[in-house]
Write a protein that binds this ligand. Structure first.
Ligand code: SF4
Length: 345
């Protein structure tokens, strides 16, 4: 049996200046009737206080599985972490007992899920649901918990919070429900907040407002923010850096302005080219050809080769390593130089 520890994660920065959160060579697989699905294959990334990391990819790229592994909410079985570490303030979360992990989950690392309507309980008022965080975790009285709920609703800019604290989830719009979810997730002042597709079900204007709110909350409290998304367009103004995932691997790591200016991986370039632009009105929208890979039957060599316009013969055989192309940048493409030269630059 795997050895676990009941040690408590320290509240201060790890010695040696290690970032707040480090994901190191993470491997996650799912055992299914059809075979073993290798959902995450050697993912590595880091996050500092006050920083926003966007994790970008199509469905099945491994981005949500990585987030669930960080939260410790993977269903096991069928999921199993086969290798790697997730270090939070220098402590490997994967080595902790379930009890010690529960002390971190929701309190110090919190998560916002994409579907606010199904995540909220329809038979309790929003005040009860936000206040429950304080009653359960801080032993607050019902009256104090309601007061805290109003403060939090104000903080996430829900108008007339005092009047609306006794309303039910169905009485709020989709954008306001997502704000309620955000209020619940930040109730205990987490050091890391993971937002998994927080704006998917919302219209474009509300998406921008929710992103702006997350950016403001991050700045106010200096928490690290991980934004999981399939949409490069929504993270441009909020993220500091981006990890682009494909087929369970990170294929490009970069600062946000670098990737927008000159992507170094053909998949990242394809995602950028797919964003609608106001100066290209009337032109056909670019779409990356083909389908995401079948994780049960991954392509040989570079997993992106069946869809890649830059493909050469060796791409079908040789798996590209993550080439370091600068202090803050890496690309898993043998031909990253050609991609950089041929892109928006
Ligand atoms: Fe395309 Fe080859 Fe680069 Fe893969 S390694 S992204 S197939 S050029």
């Amino acid at each position: 049996m795997k050895k676990t520890s009941t040690q408590v994660v320290p509240s201060r920065q790890a010695p040696g200046g290690e970032p707040l959160l480090v994901v190191d060579d993470l491997h996650v697989e799912f055992v299914t009737r059809q075979g073993v699905v290798k959902a995450v294959n050697g993912v590595g990334c880091s996050l500092n206080p006050g920083e926003t990391l966007a994790v970008l990819g199509e469905s099945g790229s491994g981005k949500s599985v990585t987030a669930q592994a960080i939260m410790g909410i993977l269903d096991s079985p069928p999921a199993r972490v086969t290798r790697g570490e997730i270090r939070f303030r220098g402590t490997n979360l994967l080595g902790l007992s379930e009890e010690a992990r529960a002390q971190v989950r929701g309190r110090r690392i919190a998560m916002i899920f994409q579907d606010a309507l199904s995540a909220l309980n329809p038979v309790f008022t929003v005040g009860d649901q936000i206040g429950e965080m304080f009653r359960v975790h801080r032993g607050a009285s019902r009256r104090d918990a309601t007061k805290k709920a109003i403060e939090l609703m104000d903080r996430v800019r829900i108008p007339a919070a005092r009047q609306r604290v006794h309303d039910y989830p169905h009485q709020f719009s989709g954008g306001m429900r997502q704000r309620i979810m955000i209020a619940m997730s930040i109730a205990l002042d987490p050091e890391v907040l993971i937002a998994d597709e927080p704006t998917t079900a919302l219209d474009v204007t509300v998406q921008a407002q929710i992103m702006e709110l997350l950016g403001e909350l991050r700045r106010e409290s200096d928490m690290g923010l991980i934004l999981i998304t399939h949409d490069l367009g929504v993270v441009a103004d909020v993220a500091d850096k981006i990890a682009v995932m494909y087929g369970g691997r990170i294929v490009e790591n970069a600062l946000v302005h670098d990737i927008y200016r000159r992507p170094a991986h053909p998949y990242a370039k394809g995602l950028l080219d797919s964003i609608p632009r106001v100066d290209q009105k009337g032109q056909e929208l670019y779409a990356i050809k083909g389908m995401p890979p079948n994780l049960l039957d991954m392509p040989t060599g570079c997993a992106f080769h069946p869809r890649c316009p830059y493909r050469q013969d060796n791409c079908v055989v040789d798996v590209p390593p993550l080439y370091e192309i600068g202090p803050t940048r890496a690309s898993a493409c043998h031909y990253w130089r050609e991609v950089l030269d041929g892109s928006h630059g």
